[in-house]
Ligand binder design. Structure first.
Ligand SMILES: [Zn+2]
Length: 515
């Protein structure tokens, strides 16, 4: 039976257009999905948009639109953007989709029936930005810590999910499965939230229709809609087929979540307790990454530093931007985007190291071997060394991808690029070719280079898919990614076969000037 793999991004809240933060999460998920497909695993990649709640209703009203018309538009922008930059999702879910609504109502009914939801009167300070009542810890000088606005005093009867009864279980689970939430710093943060309480209480999961109608109706009380977070988290189940698609069970049993650290609490505390209450197994891992700062500042609409993925594609090509995002953030930590840093990466790694290896290999193959992959004349220790580097790169990439370290996986591939460039420098086939008696050596060198380049392109496939396809096409191996099985095919070091026709081409990544 084949192995399964399922990866999710958060569903993006449709109050802003896609920026560098959304793009990073989505690109990492896409890279993981592509990697696991290449590893022969049955892969399911879920993304989408989160469309309910008062903030959306307010934003729609500001634009003079009905909420559904407003969310159709913004959700469409996300979907079109991901399509344009080649994100290989299997399902784009919207929380306004009929099957999502049914999944939410099914889960609510189940949790309600077993007595984990009750009805209480509550009076407190409510922040419209947060869409919830605040605790002392959420406020600084009487203002919401996140929104810097004064909360309103409200009294309401609402439904509460008895989340706190699962806190002991969750703490024990995090002790028993130390990498359930990774990297470790985020697991420790969740443990601290549970220990100190952090103002965490039973979770209010409803809004009276008298103040908000834009939401999913509670199946057990038609006067209320569901709180947006409770609704949104259930997309992960709905998107995989909950409650009754036969594919649901195997997908969910392989589920990996990818989120930025600002939504650790709902994914690290609310979600596992909800799953437990619903009698469902937990996700495999919650993988948490840091923030992108732009020019050393937090990104914000008002600063105008959101960084649009389509603008980056226009200016640098999307693979170059994608490479930068994956390479320059150590997964879990914050990272800094500047256009200077992007340009430096493009020139150093893509134009010089990789681009140079491609052009010198294919130019010399054209010049000395009629453009065909040459028949080698034996292989010595230096060739063995390049082959070993290829095996090691394939092994390291597999290890790092399974640990959610895409930056390290890329470093491992570029170690192979460097090893191959050093090999060419040492063999200097352009000198050897001046001596007819040394043409066997030239053929051996170029054969080794073509094979190394083939392995490099396969390994790069999940990270920079268009570039990988282009390298393979020039090597006469179009479509090789479709039949490759990583890490084995990349480590095999046995293609392209001698006699395969290759093609020179334009510079793979022309050098770019700093802006
Ligand atoms: Zn707030």
């Amino acid at each position: 039976m084949s192995r399964h793999y399922a990866i999710t991004t958060p569903i993006y809240y449709v109050n802003a257009e896609p920026h560098i933060g959304h793009t990073y999460t989505t690109v990492v998920a896409d890279t993981l999905a592509r990697y696991h497909r290449l590893a022969g695993e049955e892969t399911f990649f879920l993304t989408g948009t989160d469309e309910h709640g008062d903030k959306i209703a307010e934003a729609a009203a500001r634009d003079g639109l009905e909420p559904k018309a407003f969310t159709d538009r913004i959700s469409g922008i996300f979907r079109d953007t991901w399509d344009e930059i080649g994100i290989s999702y299997d399902r784009f879910i919207r929380t306004t989709d009929a099957d999502h609504i049914r999944a939410v109502q099914t889960l609510l009914t189940r949790v309600h029936d077993q007595g984990d939801i009750d009805f209480r009167e509550y009076e407190g300070l409510y922040c419209v930005g947060c869409e919830r009542f605040l605790t002392d810890r959420d406020m600084v000088d009487g203002l919401c810590r996140d929104h810097e606005r004064a909360p309103e005093r409200r009294k309401e009867s609402n439904y509460f999910f008895k989340m706190t009864r699962y806190f002991d279980w969750l703490g024990e689970t995090l002790e028993a499965q130390p990498d359930l939430i990774r990297p470790e710093r985020y697991r420790n943060e969740v443990l601290a939230m549970l220990r100190e309480g952090s103002g965490l209480d039973d979770l209010c999961i409803s809004r009276p229709k008298s103040r908000l109608t834009w939401g999913i109706e509670l199946p057990f009380d038609a006067d209320y809609v569901c709180y947006v977070w409770f609704d949104a988290l259930i997309n992960y189940l709905a998107g995989m087929g909950y409650p009754d698609d036969p594919a649901f069970e195997v997908r969910w049993a392989a589920a990996e979540h990818l989120v930025a650290k600002d939504i650790l609490k709902p994914h690290g505390v609310f979600w596992p307790t909800m799953l437990r209450a619903a009698g469902l197994p937990l996700y495999q891992h919650l993988n948490v990454h840091g923030y992108w700062n732009v020019d050393d500042r937090k990104i914000s609409k008002s600063l105008g530093n959101m960084i649009s993925p389509l603008a980056m594609r226009e200016q640098y090509g999307f693979d170059a931007f994608r490479y930068f995002l994956l390479r320059d953030m150590s997964f879990g930590l914050d990272a800094s985007f500047t256009e200077e840093a992007l340009v430096t990466r493009i020139n150093a790694d893509l134009a010089n190291n990789l681009g140079n290896l491609v052009s010198r290999t294919l130019n010399m193959t054209a010049r000395y071997c009629d453009g065909q992959v040459p028949e080698p004349d034996g292989a010595g220790a230096e060739e063995e060394h390049v082959r070993d580097a290829s095996v090691e790169a394939a092994r390291a990439v597999d290890e790092h991808m399974r640990r959610l370290e895409p930056n390290r996986a890329l470093a491992a591939i570029f170690a192979l690029v460097d090893a191959t460039n050093r090999y060419v420098d040492a063999r200097a086939p352009w000198k050897a070719a001046k001596d007819e008696a040394r043409m066997g050596e030239v053929r051996t060198t170029l054969h080794t280079c073509c094979q190394a380049l083939h392995s490099i392109a396969l390994l790069l496939g999940p990270f920079v898919p268009d570039t990988a396809e282009e390298i393979l096409a020039r090597l006469g191996c179009s479509g090789a990614l479709a039949s490759a099985r990583l890490p084995d095919t990349a480590a095999a070091f046995d293609a392209p076969a001698p006699g395969t026709s290759t093609r020179k081409g334009e510079a793979l990544f022309p050098r770019v000037e700093a802006p």
